[in-house]
Each structure stands twice: as C-alpha cells, then as structure tokens.
Design a protein around this ligand. Structure first.
Ligand SMILES: Nc1nc2c(ncn2[C@@H]2O[C@H](COP(=O)(O)OP(=O)(O)O)[C@@H](O)[C@H]2O)c(=O)[nH]1
Ligand SMILES: [Mg+2]
Length: 689
C-alpha cells in the first residue's frame, strides 16, 4: 500500500462484548476489500487475526490484532480487540490510537455488559462511533429490539442509517436509508436494487428522521432545511460526517459477518463517517523542560509516535507497534525514546496483518507500523525525533488485582521462569510479577482467571517452562502485647575451649508499624562492648522466624540490660546464641499475637449493587469506611484483610455481572482475631511437620 495522505487514513478499533463477532467481521472486511482470497473463519481456526495458538485453541481473541485494508483510495487500519474483561487493557490501548470505533452488537443477544463497558471506554476516550448490529442471520436476531436497547442504554444520538431485509435465515441484505438503495446478497456478492415494497414506508420515515438529525447538527444545513430546500446527497453525507464527529449522531448499521452481508457498506461508512487522524486535535505532550508541546498529524512535522502494543516473540524478540503521531519515519533511523531518555536504533519497519509482516519503506503521520528488537522501549512510551523531543502521556491501563502464586514444576526452572515472566510482563501492561521475600513466593497479578491461565500457557509455549499455581501465602507477622524480661545462659564445656554467653533482656511491645528497636543498658561491663552487636544479631535472627507460627516478628523493642561473660570461653557466637534463645523464651511469655496485612479497598459499582457489595465485604471481615457518588456509579471505600481478598476480582465480577471494578493497596498490619489466628497457627504447625 502506498503512502496515503493523512485525510485518507482511518484508524478504527473494533470493540464489543466477547463473542459479538468482531474478529469474524474483520475477516469479512479483509475479504470484501480483496485482501484475502478466502474469508478467514474464527470457528474453523482459519482467522488471520486470531492467529495466536491460544486464540486458535480457545476460539477467542486475547490480544489486539491489526488489519490494514485499502478501500476507495483510503487506508483503514482496523484494530480488532478482545472482548473479554480480562483483556480490557488491549481495548484501552487501541482506543488511544484509533480515532474512531465500530461497536459490534449481537442482534440476538442485544446490548450486553461488555457493550456497556467498551462504550464507556470509547466515550471517555472521546472517540466517534458507528454501531454494527451483527449476526442478523442468527435465530432470534431482532434489529428493532436491539436498536431500542441501544437507544435506551446510550441515548438518542444512536440513529439507524440502514434497515435489514429479512431476519434470521431469511436475512438477505440491507437498505441504505439516505441513498434509498437496497443491497442484496447474491452468491457472495452484493447487488444494488430498489427498496423492497414492504420496507418503503419504514425507510421513508427513517429517512425523514435521519435528515432532521443531520440538519439539526449543523446550523447552515438546518437553515436551508427549514426553508424547504431539498438537501442533496452530498450535503447530507457531509452533514452526517460532521454529526458523527461531533457525537450528535451515532449511526447504526447491520449485517452478518458470518453470512458475509453488510461488509462493503460498513467499509463505506468507516471512510465516510469516521474521523481521520487530521480530524483530531494535535497530539498534546510535554517538551523536555516540562512545557506543553503539540504535534499536528502532518508528515512534515518532526517525527513523534506512541507505542501502544508490544509482542514478545521468543525467536524474533520484542515487536513494538506504534502509531506515528507526526512526521515521517524510515527504517534504520535513530530516534529518541523520550519516556525513558534513551536513544533507539530502528531496524526494518513493517506493517502487520495478523501475524504477517510486510516491509514498508516509511511510515507517515497517522499510520501504524511495527519494529522489532527495541532495547529500552515498552508499551506506552513515546518515540520521537532526537532534535525535537516531545513526550506524550502514558496509556492508562487498568490495575491488575487478581493474584496467584506460581512455582516451577521442575526445580531447575526457577531462573527460566523469572526471565519468561519478565518478558511477558513487558508485553502486557496489565500483568505484573512480584517476588515476595517474606512468603518466598512469586506472585503473578492479572485481570482474572482466564488472563492468568493464558499467561501460564504462553510461558509454556514461548519459554518452555511449566508452572503450577497455588494460592498466595499471606505475609502474616508476629508481635507481643506485654513487656517481659528473659535470661539465657549459653554455656558449653567440651574438651578444649568452651562457650560462654549470658544475657538478660527486656522485650517491649512497640506501636504498630514501628518495626524493631534495640538498646542496651549495661553497667560495669557485665557484657563487654564487643559482644553487644552479636546480641542484637542473635535477636534479629530469632525474629526472622517467630515462635507462634514461624512468621517474622515485628513491632518489638529489645533492651539488653545485664549479663555475664567468661574471659576465655566467651565469643560473639556464644552471645548470639544466648540472645537468640533468650528472645525465644521471653517472646512466648509476652502474650504473643499474630498480625495480618490489611488492604485499602476502593470498589466502583453501579448503585444497584452497593448493598450486595457491602454485605460481601462484611463477610470478608472488611470495614466500610464510606461511600460517595462518582458520576453514574458509587465509590465504596473499605479496609479488609488481604487474606480474604485474593479472589475478590472473581467474586466482584460475578456479583456485579462484570460491572464492578476495584483497586487495592496494602495499608497496615492488625491483630488477627482469635479464632482465625488459631487456624493459621494450626496450619503453620501442620506444614512445619
Ligand atoms: N450466525 C452468526 N455467527 C457469527 C457471526 N459473526 C460471528 N459469528 C460467530 O460468533 C462467534 C464469535 O465470533 P468472533 O468473531 O470470535 O467474536 P469476537 O469475540 O467479537 O471477536 C464465532 O463462533 C463466530 O463464528 C454472524 O454474523 N452470524
Ligand atoms: Mg475476537
């Protein structure tokens, strides 16, 4: 494909509830545009876009996929996104770089939870939209009902520009309302014809309504319309485009990706109604001094780009996909990664269609290209002309909040696992790896169970390591409630030189969060100076594994106040042992308790779920701190023990049918209530054998 003037580019995100048919629709568009000889089929595993083995195996999209499509002297870069909540990060990234979106809705299922979620994302990103009511061939497909649901959920801007001809098995084509032409599918090609008589009245009425909507969005058109002038097809087309860009009209089309109906009209609508990069305001970022900087989407401007996706390939290495915001970039040039302050040498540039790579000689403002093996670059980074630096804000990704611990199936794989996980985290900003020194576990955080399942299988396929997942251990701690004194004399006489260390210590509770303090009140050299550090060391070692259940001890102060020594047999080792034993002895008597981490939790849910959510948090031993409205939803603030929150992501989703989200950060430690503590201690004793 040759370079297109920026006005002839369309970057379009396909977004929807999972299973609405986005990928199949993209396959149809590729096929009707003549890019593919045969239409790829999701069900047959022959999709060009769902190429990842995990996608083929599960028959669902897991990551965004690109499909450049030439259509009527335009270039459309379709970004097919995954619909499942677990992969919502991909939708965020796609909407950052696409200027417009096509929302796909299943004509039988109607508006679904995922429809609402992606709609909200698109609205927040300020992206003009078209709606495609898909699967008109399916049993129970109902255009009017679905349209009604759309208008109820998203307002009156949602306006049909097509009517289906027939439905279910007898669905054969569509009528374009503005042009008053019918397109009927005959043996795979679309044949233009007159409006079927039984639809004439309906189309006339819709056309009247649509023209009013279009005219109402433009003052000069409105004036001419009110003066009784008949607006030409060109006037109306221009007016419709303006209204869509302004968001006052959201056109609804229909078809069947599976039966191959409605593809050409959708491509037409994308070209005619959705914005080009030039229709958006210039990209806004910061210059190196922190001042505001702007770049218009013109090939003549200094080069700048945003990396919105990274693929980790074990053979090729890392592939970074970016959208050129301004200027032109050529292979083998040196650019600046301004987000990290690092130069990057670009190798060959290529366009991606699914997994297929086609070399390109340049990429100009507005277009999307890929490059392999960048050294420092990660998703969200800005690349730019080193002489004219600019940095764009990073892409906002949802926080991963579902955690499991992983352990290698083969012990020798420890290292391979950490490299593999690190590479996967580079590829996926909604995946995080954390080594917890306290529990000695590697935790992986993701958006949900399916997400982490997929990552496990990628780890196996790409890095050849198998892991088992286990529940995360809770990093409990131990502390005391009262001050005690303890004495220990370590004395051994065996053959040659003996061992002698003798200490008196006082152990005092500290405030929560104070950690550890050590002091001494030795008079008259009862314990010689040089042994005092050994005493502290002995205490610290004993604290590493508490007496109650083996968890680290915290929030205590230890004071060495007396002792004795032997001029020949005393040693650092002997004092360390004495101190350690004295601590263990004293700790048992100091009313020891178990502490658990408490998390700050913020839950965002629609009003109707707040009762259930609060009830559920109470069951998790949570405390509700407050609730406040946030736009159309409620924000519930609470604190809850981490131990009860590991699977919260899953339960919240089922409690709210996917409408709720939450964030969680560690806050502080608190005493574990007695009955729970007893269980934890018993479990620790079992596992210690
Ligand atoms: N009957 C019918 N099935 C469709 C149509 N479009 C997609 N499908 C099927 O719906 C399922 C989900 O399609 P897919 O494209 O993977 O949905 P996505 O999750 O939105 O990408 C697959 O089994 C498709 O074959 C359609 O127009 N009609
Ligand atoms: Mg898909």
């Amino acid at each position: 494909m040759n370079r297109q003037p920026v006005e002839r580019l369309r970057n379009v995100a396909l977004i929807a509830h999972g299973g609405a048919g986005k990928t199949q629709l993209a396959e149809l568009l590729l096929h009707v545009a003549g890019v593919t000889d045969r239409m790829g089929r999701v069900d047959a595993g022959t999709s060009v876009l769902d190429f990842d083995p995990d996608e083929v195996e599960r028959r669902v999209s897991i990551q965004s996929s690109l499909a450049p499509i030439p259509w009527q002297q335009h270039k459309i870069n379709l970004i097919d996104t995954p619909g499942y909540f677990d992969f919502a990060g991909e939708v965020h990234a796609a909407l950052r770089v696409a200027e417009g979106a096509v929302v796909v809705v299943d004509a039988a299922a109607g508006v679904e939870v995922g429809t609402e979620l992606v709609w909200r994302h698109a609205e927040e990103a300020g992206r003009p939209r078209l709606v495609f009511i898909n699967k008109m061939d399916r049993e129970h497909a109902d255009f009017q009902r679905t349209l009604q649901q759309l208008r109820e959920a998203f307002g009156r801007a949602v306006t049909p520009v097509q009517v289906p001809i027939g439905a279910e098995a007898s669905f054969t084509g569509v009528v374009d309302v503005l042009s008053e032409r019918a397109y009927i599918n005959q043996g795979g090609s679309s044949v233009a014809s007159g409006i079927p008589a039984e639809l004439a009245d309906q189309v006339a009425e819709m056309r009247f309504h649509l023209i009013e909507e279009i005219a109402g969005s433009d003052d000069t058109l409105l004036e001419r319309y009110l003066e009784g002038e008949t607006l030409s097809e060109a006037d109306l087309a221009a007016g419709l485009r303006k209204a869509v860009l302004a968001g006052t009209v959201i056109p609804v089309l229909c078809g069947s990706a599976g039966a191959g109906i409605g593809g050409r009209r959708l491509l037409d609508a994308i070209v005619r109604c959705l914005p080009s990069p030039a229709d958006l305001p210039p990209a806004a970022g910061r210059d190196p001094q922190g001042g505001a900087a702007q770049r218009a989407p013109s090939p003549e401007q200094p080069f700048s780009a945003v990396v919105f996706k990274t693929l980790a390939d074990p053979y090729v290495g890392k592939i970074s996909i970016f959208k050129v915001c301004s200027g032109t970039v050529r292979p083998d040039s040196t650019v600046l990664n301004s987000s990290r302050g690092q130069p990057e040498r670009l190798g060959p540039l290529f366009a991606l269609r699914g997994k297929e790579q086609q070399p390109v000689t340049e990429a100009a403002a507005g277009d999307i290209v890929a490059v392999a093996r960048l050294q420092h670059t990660q998703t969200g980074d800005t690349l730019c002309d080193p002489a004219r630096p600019v940095t764009y804000p990073p892409i906002q990704f949802p926080e991963p909040v579902f955690a499991v611990a992983v352990q290698p199936r083969a012990k020798a794989d420890e290292e391979k696992i950490s490299t593999g996980l690190a590479r996967l985290a580079e590829e996926d900003p909604t995946f995080r790896v954390e080594r917890n020194a306290e529990t000695r576990q590697t935790l992986i955080y993701g958006m949900g169970e399916l997400h982490l399942e997929v990552l496990k299988s990628r780890l196996k396929r790409k890095f050849n390591v198998e892991v088992d997942t286990v529940p995360p251990r809770v990093p409990y701690r131990e502390t005391i409630r009262r001050t005690v004194t303890a004495e220990y004399k370590h004395k051994k006489q065996t053959g040659g030189r003996g061992q002698y260390g003798h200490v008196f210590i006082r152990i005092e509770p500290l405030e929560r969060g104070q950690g550890f303090a050590f002091d001494e009140e030795i008079f008259g050299g009862a314990v010689p100076r040089q042994y005092i550090p050994a005493v502290e060391k002995g205490v610290r070692e004993a604290m590493a594994e508490g007496v109650l259940a083996g968890y680290p001890v915290t929030d205590v102060k230890v004071v060495l106040y007396d002792g004795s020594y032997h001029s020949v047999d005393s040693s650092e080792m002997a004092f360390k042992i004495a101190a350690s034993q004295a601590f263990k002895k004293g700790f048992r008597e100091a009313d020891p308790i178990l502490l658990e981490p408490i998390a700050d939790v913020e839950v965002l849910v629609p009003e109707e779920f707040t009762g259930d959510i609060m009830g559920d948090l109470n069951k998790r031993r949570g405390r509700i701190l407050g609730m406040e409205p946030r736009g159309t939803v409620q924000l519930i603030r609470a604190q809850a023990p981490l131990a009860e929150m590991f699977d919260y992501a899953i339960d919240l989703r089922s409690l709210t049918q996917g409408r709720g989200t939450f964030r969680m950060t560690l806050s502080h430690y608190e005493e574990v209530p007695e009955p729970v503590a007893r269980q934890v201690i018993a479990a620790a004793q079992v596992s210690a054998g």
